[in-house]
Structures are given as C-alpha cells and as structure tokens.
Design a protein around this ligand. Structure first.
Ligand code: AMP
Ligand code: GLY
Length: 428
C-alpha cells in the first residue's frame, strides 16, 4: 500500500511540491487543499482552505493521511502541525512554538542575539513614541519590521525619517497589520546581495537544498515595491562553498541548538534569508517553509525522491543520505497580473501553457489560476511560474523566456532580468 499525502496550500510552491511528490514510487494518492487547477493532473483537490485548521484536521483524520506537507507559513504559525500531531498524524512542518522563527521577528532577533548568530543590530519597541524617538536618532536608511506576520508587507527599508515615522505609525498606531504591529524591530540596514538557503532538518541534523536566489521587487534592476517574489534561480553563485560552510557553522547549527535549548526544537523546512557581503552571511529573516518561488527551480533540480526527506523530517530522524542534484541550473520566471502587487483584475483567459512545455526542459507551475466554464483564467497576482532547466544559467534563462513568450493573457507582466545577477557574477 502506497502513501496518502496531503499538500496544504494553493500557490506555485505547492504545485511544484505536488509535481515532485507525484514522481515518488512510495506514493499512492495525493490530495491538495485547496490546491489549484495545475495540480489536478496529479492530486485530488479538496475544498478546504489552508487556514481552516479544524477542516484540515478532519480531512486528514477522516482520510487516514500518512503525511501532510504544509506549504505556507500561516497555518504553521497558527498550530496546524500541533493539531495533526495530537491526532497521531505525521506532518512535515514545525510546531507553532518553533514556527515563531517566522511568526515573530522579536522572538527571532532575541534568539539570534542570545546565541551570537550574525544579524543586523536591532532594538525592540512596544511603544510608538519610544520607537519614533529612537528612529530619529538612527542613521539612514533604517529598517523597521512589524513583529508578526504581515503577508510580506511588514518591513520598510526607510530612506528618510518621514518615511520611517509614517511606517511606524501605520504599524503601531493604525494597526494596519493588526496585532502583528504590537511590537516592532528597528534595525540597521545591511548591504550586500541576498540569497535563500533552505534546509531540511529534524531539529539536529541538517540536509541542505542547493542555493537559490529570489527577485523580490516588481521591476527590473530590483526597483519598485516588494512582491511575493518575481522569479528565482538555482544555484546562486553569491553563495560560494565558503559562504555555505560559514552559514552552516555560524547560523544554522547554533540556531538549531538554540531552539533545542529553548525547548522548542525545529523540525521541518528552514529557510534562511541571508545577506552576503564580502563573503560573510548574516540573517535577514527565517521562514519556516519552502520559498515561493524558490521551490520551483529547486525541485526541478532535485533528482532524488523528495518523499523520504519529507517523511524523515516529520518523523524527526533525518538520515545522512543527502540528495542527488541535477548539476544543470534552473530558472523560474513568474508571470503576474498587470498591476500586481497593487490592484489588478482577474478572470483573463490564459493561452499557451502546453505550447511552452513543448519546448522541452520547461515546467509551468500554476499559482493564481482558476477554471471558469472549463477554461483556464487568471485568479491572482502571481499567476504562473515558468521554470526551465538547461546546460548553463544563460541557456536556462533563454529557455525560460522563450517559454514565457508562448504564454499570454491580457496584461500579463514579468520581469525581464531574472537570473541576471548570476551572469554578472561570471556564471555562464
Ligand atoms: P524580511 O521579511 O525580514 O526578510 O524583510 C523583507 C526584505 O526586506 C528582505 O528580503 C530584504 O530585502 C529587506 N530587508 C530586511 N531586513 C533588512 C536589513 N536589515 N537590511 C537591508 N534590507 C533588509
Ligand atoms: N520567496 C520568498 C519567500 O518565500 O518568502
């Protein structure tokens, strides 16, 4: 009897998870809650929202799910893993206590300071006037972060005092992010190049995925407002083997030891958002899940079966087996609705996905799509993750953009410079 696996979430990351899990000979059936139309080829879509904790528990218990894999952070921070574990079910994803690494910036910064892990110097405030006074004495740019989850919008890198104070008031007085703004972190602005470093861990052992890099801003050349991520590639040449070794020794190992010492061991997928300057990695943030869109290019490179790794994380006994990785680079170009990350319209028919995949070496992962009268239409800000593999990064980028050219809908937008930083670092 094969395994029954439940994937929680509905984005591009979750489509990539379903696509990869479907290749496992260990798996008999995949469910996705709530999923998206791209997943329907491999998974049964379950109409339960990813934040409906009782609904997910009832589904998992009722269908005797062998393994639940949680894509987004919100259900983890809200305690989905704990609820499933209480029912004796296996889940790949940390407890609510350990998910504070993403759910509370104050928790994380205090932990980093306590265990001497490199990160920007910071102060914590729970009073807006005190925070304002301090910010006005801080050198610019100054970074202000709402403590709690804010759907990626809770951070300002303020270039002026006006901007800094305005953001503080939005967060702490107007409470635009609700209780997430009860406290703030004010920290130094780090310079360098960002990269994503994502590992599997059972709380002690660590098995890293290859390196990757996201593109957070909407515009070419990293301009304009932040988004959920406009594209990613792997590997990221900024993370040299030496940087990787340092990240492991100075960040991941002491962090996991710290989490154990605090009585909140971390089991699951740990994503370090790192800032790297002159070969020194520092922590910008942690996420307690796979990156979106980083998962898309990463899974396209992963040759080993993903399921044993997910199972071992869930069981708390990761073996040293490591994983087999395709040496060829991969690139994911996110195609978004025109107007995103601001207001945008939905419901435009999408054409050309099969044509794009016919190029070979291309997988199109769905994010914000829906079926209307049997036709695929846009249904979100980030709509598709067009992901390509090729012999070198330049060819992977070219293949990805050739695939993008074959896909279209009214107002479709993508950045035209995904992967450029790798080329600038001399990767071919
Ligand atoms: P976070 O959610 O903490 O990763 O912040 C979101 C984004 O803000 C990061 O990906 C960085 O681009 C930027 N950021 C956060 N903290 C800093 C910092 N201390 N210095 C410079 N940029 C930062
Ligand atoms: N790609 C950024 C994130 O997953 O948070």
């Amino acid at each position: 009897m094969g395994l029954k696996v439940l994937v929680v979430g509905s984005g591009g990351r979750e489509h990539a998870l379903v696509w990869k899990i479907a290749q496992s000979p260990l798996v008999e059936r995949i469910y996705a809650a709530p999923g998206n139309p791209g997943m329907a080829k491999h998974a049964a879509l379950v109409p339960v929202a990813s934040d409906d904790l009782p609904g997910l528990r009832d589904f998992a218990v009722g269908n005797r799910i062998d393994l639940t894999v949680v894509g987004p952070e919100a259900p983890l921070v809200a305690g989905l893993s704990d609820r499933l574990a209480q029912e004796g079910l296996l889940v790949c994803g940390p407890s609510a206590a350990a998910a504070q690494l993403e759910g509370s910036k104050v928790f994380t910064k205090n932990l980093l300071a306590k265990y001497g892990i490199p990160t920007a110097d910071f102060r914590v405030f729970d009073d807006c006037d005190d925070a304002e006074q301090y910010v006005l004495t801080h050198r610019l740019p100054v970074v202000i972060k709402a403590d709690g989850l804010a759907a990626g919008k809770g951070v300002a890198v303020a270039a002026t005092y006006e901007e800094a104070v305005a953001f503080l008031r939005e967060v702490m007085e107007k409470r635009v992010f609700g209780a997430a703004g009860e406290k703030v972190v004010v920290e130094d602005c780090l310079t360098g190049e960002e990269a994503s470093y994502i590992v599997f861990t059972d709380g002690e052992k660590i098995v890293p995925l290859p390196t990757s890099q996201d593109h957070k801003r909407i515009g070419d050349g990293d301009t304009g407002p932040n988004t959920g991520g406009m594209g990613a590639y792997s590997p990221a040449p900024v993370v040299t083997p030496e940087v990787e070794r340092k990240a492991m020794k100075t960040i991941f190992e002491p962090l996991l030891a710290g989490m154990r010492a605090e009585g909140t061991p971390f089991r699951g997928i740990l994503y370090g958002g790192l800032m790297i300057e002159r070969g020194e990695p520092k922590v910008l943030e942690f996420n307690v899940r796979f990156g979106d869109p980083e998962a898309q290019p990463l899974f396209l490179r992963l040759k080993s079966d993903l399921v044993p790794l997910l199972l071992q994380c869930a069981q708390g006994k990761l073996t040293d087996a490591g994983m087999e990785i395709d040496p060829r680079p991969t690139v994911c170009i996110v195609m978004a609705s025109g107007g995103y990350p601001g207001a945008y319209r939905k419901g435009f028919p999408i054409a050309g996905i099969e044509d794009a995949e016919r190029l070979g070496g291309v997988q199109v992962f769905h994010a914000g799509t829906a079926l209307r009268d049997g036709k695929l239409v846009t249904n979100g800000g980030r709509v598709l993750g067009v992901t390509a593999v090729d012999k070198d990064i330049r060819s992977a980028i070219e293949r990805g953009y050739r695939a993008v050219e074959r896909i279209g809908w009214e107002g479709a937008y993508c950045r035209s410079d995904i992967g450029k930083k790798a080329l600038e670092r001399g990767a071919v």
